[in-house]
Design a binder for this molecule. Structure first.
Ligand SMILES: C[S@@+](CC[C@H](N)C(=O)[O-])C[C@H]1O[C@@H](n2cnc3c(N)ncnc32)[C@H](O)[C@@H]1O
Length: 274
């Protein structure tokens, strides 16, 4: 999401001292606040709106993302920007003897997450993924669903994820992307920028928020660009899988393995999506 798009499209005014001072940190904090406030506002209807906008496919792709984490049953996993906890619950099923820490900075999204039947092995945390409250090399794997577009500093976020992952562990990112085929891209953009805000606005009871949300794709990198960001920010090995002709993409980044490590390879899975 570009600064300009926040200024032009954001539902709340960015008029604080941060903007006036123009400091990069202050600007990012202000942008983060806009994003958090927006998700606080739409939290109550977020799940229903998602189902309406995707016909339920959003959940299918969360399962596909979690399937890319090749970890032991007792692994400790991290769900970044967990929102209402849909991906965390899928991840929890993959580690029946392990644990999923799920973090988000919207207290209202977390409130909704806690109303869902909670698997015994999910812990929710309120916090910013740009300053993760975890020690380095804590997790055997991590994932993020439908959120990277909303992160104000993608490079900083990736470095934080790499910091808390164990050497050789993988981070799976599921996100809307930019289809390479021009015809399909035009059709998809028509749906994404024109139809989706109407459907989301009706189902989510906040048309202004759903007019704003698609704008986060405008300055988001395409799949190659995001892969380059992974590589530049802590992930030695990166691959991605396009979904639905590139309307979505799963990026899988793996941190460098420890020298002389005999550990199990948790990095690259074989079960690619078509
Ligand atoms: C589109 S929702 C996705 C929620 C969930 N992952 C899913 O699969 O439905 C994006 C979430 O990212 C969260 N978010 C955005 N930036 C964040 C940040 N810097 N730190 C923590 N959470 C953030 C928002 O609060 C929101 O809950």
């Amino acid at each position: 999401m570009g600064v300009e798009s926040v200024r032009a499209q954001g539902p709340g005014p960015l008029t604080g001292a941060a903007l006036k001072s123009g400091s990069a940190d202050g600007l990012q904090t202000a942008k983060g606040n806009v994003v958090r406030d927006l998700f606080d506002r739409i939290a109550a209807h977020y799940d229903r709106a998602n189902t309406a906008m995707t016909g339920g496919l959003d959940e299918l792709w969360r399962v596909a993302a979690a399937n890319q984490l090749h970890v032991a049953d007792d692994a400790r996993l991290l769900d970044l920007c967990c929102g209402t906890g849909a991906l965390a619950r899928v991840m929890a099923r993959r580690v029946p003897e392990g644990m999923v820490d799920a973090i988000d900075f919207s207290s209202k999204m977390l409130d909704v997450a806690r109303t869902h039947a909670k698997p015994h092995n999910v812990n929710y945390h309120e916090g910013d993924v740009l300053t993760l409250p975890f020690e380095r090399a804590t997790f055997d794997g991590a994932a993020m669903g439908y959120s990277m577009r909303n992160i104000v500093d993608i490079g900083a976020c990736l470095r934080e994820v790499a910091r808390v992952l164990k050497p050789g562990a993988s981070f799976v990112n599921l996100e809307i992307s930019k289809p390479p085929n021009p015809t399909w891209r035009r059709l998809f953009y028509f749906y994404f920028y024109t139809v989706l805000p109407v459907v989301g606005g009706l189902a989510g009871s906040d048309p202004a928020a759903y007019r704003y949300l698609p704008q986060s794709l405008v300055s988001f990198p395409d799949a190659d660009g995001l892969a380059s960001l992974f590589q530049a920010n802590g992930f030695a090995h990166v691959r991605y899988v396009r979904i639905m002709g590139g309307a979505l993409a799963l990026h899988i980044g793996t941190t460098e393995r420890a020298p002389n490590s005999n550990g199990r390879d948790t990095s690259l899975g074989a079960d690619l999506l078509a």
